[in-house]
Design a protein around this ligand. Structure first.
Ligand SMILES: [Zn+2]
Length: 825
């Protein structure tokens, strides 16, 4: 924690009594009335810093920077006495969660208010300034037993993207016509962060820098109450707690009840003003990666508040009912619920403490330990994630009995060096939520994916045990082997090809000018078998490199690669290095399509993957700039999920096909496949469904529920894999895929069907009965050759939210290994 230096100074310079009178309101400080302009993030930072230097009721703590180098910070708001004693209050609070030991200080209510996670839902950051100002001037009494932690802007890059754009195009005075430019944000909009990730889907996976830094301070506090402020469409007035079903089963009766109390407190204020609102609809508490569920599964009353507005509303807009909705209104509503939340929490501080303690003493979990084995790097990556959530783990060598994720059956086996994660710890509820095979769903109408179980996502052999498995806390065995040979006269070095880090090793070798080959058949050297896909780096290929060994070793070290040193190209088993099955990997020159035709989320996932995970160059090309000459500089084109029917017209499809036949490679993902389906020469056929289904009469009231039978809302299926094809090198003969929709394509009859669905039963999550019928015997991943080049079809998206760790190697295979020799461009 870093108390602002100036606030310390000011503490000595001014007497406490003079503070309140001298504090400027947001409007006074900013020089304009709040709600008449959007405030740039740096000015919000200025105001908070001004308050911290002027008031002894605020302490600031910087917790990080965004991708675009904007400041992330929280403000602690409480009485001077509490702030002086803050560390003791925190420790005493965490003792209730079973973390550390009690201190002498009294228990306080801890309320955390998070603003503007979606950058273009921008009224809430403005409201935060009014709220913090009133808390320290008019509502000090509430703070005697309460610590309020305010994060004025979770997503500053997104917020400024919106605000900068709005300020450039807005009319003076503002124009309230919905069609006016100022109400129609250009792609990709201000909602996501720099890499176009939705930060309100990232709490559990913590892939983004904002989330990672925030979790450190969040888990240091584990508040009683967490509010995530949002905005929805301009026609829906206001939404607050209680939330909608389904609720995850770890949510306690108390957590449900207090949501109702909070909602009623808000309703009192809204009724008095005649403001409309709704509750208990739409926003459920199931998927664990939201700003309401994540806090809830960590003991808080976690809530989403939604104000009408959003990127469309600007300073003022006429909604569909003909009413004017202004930024001032939106600020007033979010300010009211923020204040009301602090009020009701302060009134219930004791009860919050006792119930919080009960939440953490729960121990009625069906599965008590999860035991995971598999690729060391993936285990390492998982332990990193566990540490971000303060989840404890250990290592075990026991015989473990329980549910086997891979077979779906009971098993018993002796494990060695296995990772064990148990529920008998403060984060036991989170362990259950993240690891259990199939989360119990009380209602199929949900807002998001219904399956995410980590053993499937990480592709680890896992057993869920109903008893606690003994563990050693010494985690040495979980480390990644760093086998760098010390001999420098090797004929070649060989590295396994098992996970995405091996691909980043390869990508960096290629960038350093190292020539690399891969084997399409297993080979054995010195008694060790290297599977298909293993990388072979020979000295003779790299004669021109002056520091060959050091270059390879350095890149291996940064990528946790285990290298084997080989003294002869003559293999004990399998092919020799000179075999035609040992192929040189040519440098991929990769372009990714973006712009309005692309899903910003899908494009962002790819952009993030190349820059932050693979560390391999990629050229992002806006579809507006895509013409027939664009591809001349590239040999791989990635088409993210999106709608390309207008972009890729007959003419452009023809030149694309021509480019592919000369040796280009297209990787098409998700809905991008619709561009190629049933088009001559692309080999992709939509699966015919039974057209003779008799029409059913469905009542109006039931129509929403009936539609669900056609849906798959993020469920996990077990697919078969042809791992003799380079697209599946590094995989076993099965793969668990996360299906996000019901798109169905036939097996590629003139191409290679590499991952496919024979069994259509979801192993986890919700899949409607009609959708399930449709996807039986369909393609998941495949390759179709056109001339020298390839079309690679990915029906499911292995890059989804960057958390489906086990799918990423398919994508890396597509870039580096599939038909790599084709590049003649
Ligand atoms: Zn939102």
């Amino acid at each position: 924690m870093r108390r602002h230096i100036l606030s310390l100074l000011s503490f000595f310079i001014f007497s406490i009594a003079t503070f309140a009178q001298n504090i400027q309101s947001p409007s006074e400080f900013l020089g304009y009335e709040l709600g008449t302009r959007f405030t740039n993030h740096y000015r919000v930072v200025d105001y908070y810093q001004y308050l911290a230097t002027t008031s002894d009721m605020i302490q600031l703590e910087e917790y990080g920077k965004t991708n675009e180098h904007r400041l992330l910070q929280i403000a602690y708001v409480s009485t001077p006495e509490n702030l002086t004693n803050l560390e003791n209050i925190r420790k005493n609070h965490l003792a209730n969660a079973g973390i550390g030991t009690e201190t002498a200080s009294a228990k306080k209510a801890v309320v955390w208010l998070s603003y503007n996670v979606h950058g273009n839902e921008s009224s809430s950051t403005e409201a935060s300034m009014q709220t913090i100002y009133e808390l320290i001037t008019q509502k000090k009494a509430w703070l005697a037993n309460t610590v309020v932690i305010m994060d004025p802007c979770i997503n500053p890059d997104g917020r400024d993207r919106y605000v900068n754009w709005y300020n450039q195009v807005a009319s003076v005075p503002y124009n309230s016509n919905q069609k006016a430019t100022e109400h129609n944000e250009p792609w990709p909009g201000g909602r996501p962060n720099h890499y176009l990730f939705d930060l309100n889907r990232d709490w559990a996976w913590a892939t983004q820098v904002e989330t990672r830094q925030r979790l450190k301070v969040y888990n240091k506090w584990l508040p009683h109450i967490h509010v995530d402020f949002h905005e929805q469409g301009i026609n829906e007035p206001y939404y607050f707690a209680p939330a909608a079903e389904p609720f995850h089963e770890v949510i306690t009766d108390w957590q449900r009840d207090f949501q109702i109390q909070i909602g009623k407190n808000h309703a009192g204020y809204f009724d008095k003003e005649g403001w409309l609102y709704f509750t208990r609809e739409r926003f459920d508490l199931f998927y664990p990666s939201y700003g309401d569920t994540y806090p809830t599964f960590n003991g808080a009353i976690g809530m989403t508040y939604e104000q009408a507005g959003h990127g469309m509303a600007g300073l003022g807009i006429i909604n569909d009912e003909g009413d004017l909705l202004t930024l001032k209104d939106r600020i007033a509503h979010h300010h009211t619920t923020g204040m009301s939340t602090v009020e009701i929490s302060s009134k219930n501080a004791d009860k919050l403490n006792t119930e919080f303690k009960k939440f953490f003493s729960k121990n009625d979990f069906t599965y008590k330990s999860y035991v995971l084995e598999g690729n060391r790097y993936r285990i390492h990556k998982l332990t990193n994630l566990l540490e971000r959530h303060d989840i404890r783990y250990g290592i075990t060598y026991e015989t473990v009995k329980g549910f086997d994720y891979n077979t779906g059956k009971q098993t018993s086996r002796k494990v060695k060096n296995a990772l064990v994660v148990s529920t008998n710890q403060p984060k036991g509820n989170m362990v259950k939520v993240l690891f259990e095979p199939d989360a119990k769903l009380s209602d199929s109408l949900t807002y998001d994916i219904t399956a995410w179980s980590i053993p499937y996502a990480y592709g680890l052999n896992t057993i869920a045990s109903k008893t606690i498995v003994a563990k050693e806390d010494d985690n040495v065995g979980l480390g990644i082997p760093l086998g760098i040979p010390n001999k420098t006269n090797a004929v070649a070095y060989i590295a396994d090809w098992k996970n995405v880090k091996d691909a980043s090793f390869l990508g960096q070798l290629l960038q350093a000018g190292v020539r690399v080959r891969f084997t399409e058949k297993a080979i054995t050297h010195k008694g060790k078998t290297f599977d298909r896909g293993s990388l072979i780096i020979t000295r003779s290929d790299n004669k021109k490199l002056t520091n060959f060994d050091d270059t390879v070793f350095d890149i291996a070290l940064t990528n946790f690669t285990e290298l084997s040193s080989i003294s002869s190209g003559f293999s004990e088993n399998g092919v020799d290095f000179g075999s035609p099955d040992v192929k040189e990997i040519k440098m991929p020159k990769v372009a990714v399509l973006s712009g309005e035709v692309s899903s910003s989320l899908s494009f962002g996932e790819l952009w993030y993957f190349f820059e932050q995970e693979l560390k391999f160059p990629v050229t992002n090309i806006n579809a507006d700039d895509f013409d027939k000459n664009t591809l001349n500089a590239f040999n791989v084109l990635i088409i993210p999920n999106g709608n390309y029917k207008s972009l890729l017209n007959e003419d452009k499809l023809k030149s694309l096909k021509n480019w592919v036949s000369r040796g280009g490679k297209v990787i098409a993902m998700g809905n991008a496949l619709k561009t190629f389906e049933d088009k001559k020469g692309f080999g992709l056929k939509k699966k015919e469904t039974d057209k003779d289904d008799p029409l059913e009469v469905i009542s109006y009231a039931k129509s929403e529920r009936e539609r669900v039978s056609n849906f798959i809302t993020g469920a996990i299926f077990k697919t078969k894999v042809d791992n003799t094809h380079p697209l599946a090198f590094g995989y076993d003969d099965s793969y668990f895929t996360l299906k996000l929709g019901n798109s169905a394509y036939s097996y590629l009859d003139k191409g290679y069907t590499v991952s496919y669905l024979e069994d259509n039963k979801a192993v986890s999550g919700f899949a409607g009965h009609k959708a399930v019928e449709k996807i039986k015997n369909t393609l998941v991943f495949g390759e179709y050759r056109i001339g020298n080049g390839s079309m690679i079809y990915m029906v499911d998206n292995p890059m989804f939210r960057a958390f489906w760790e086990n799918g990423k190697l398919f994508f890396a295979n597509a870039i580096f290994l599939v038909n790599n020799n084709a590049f003649e461009l």
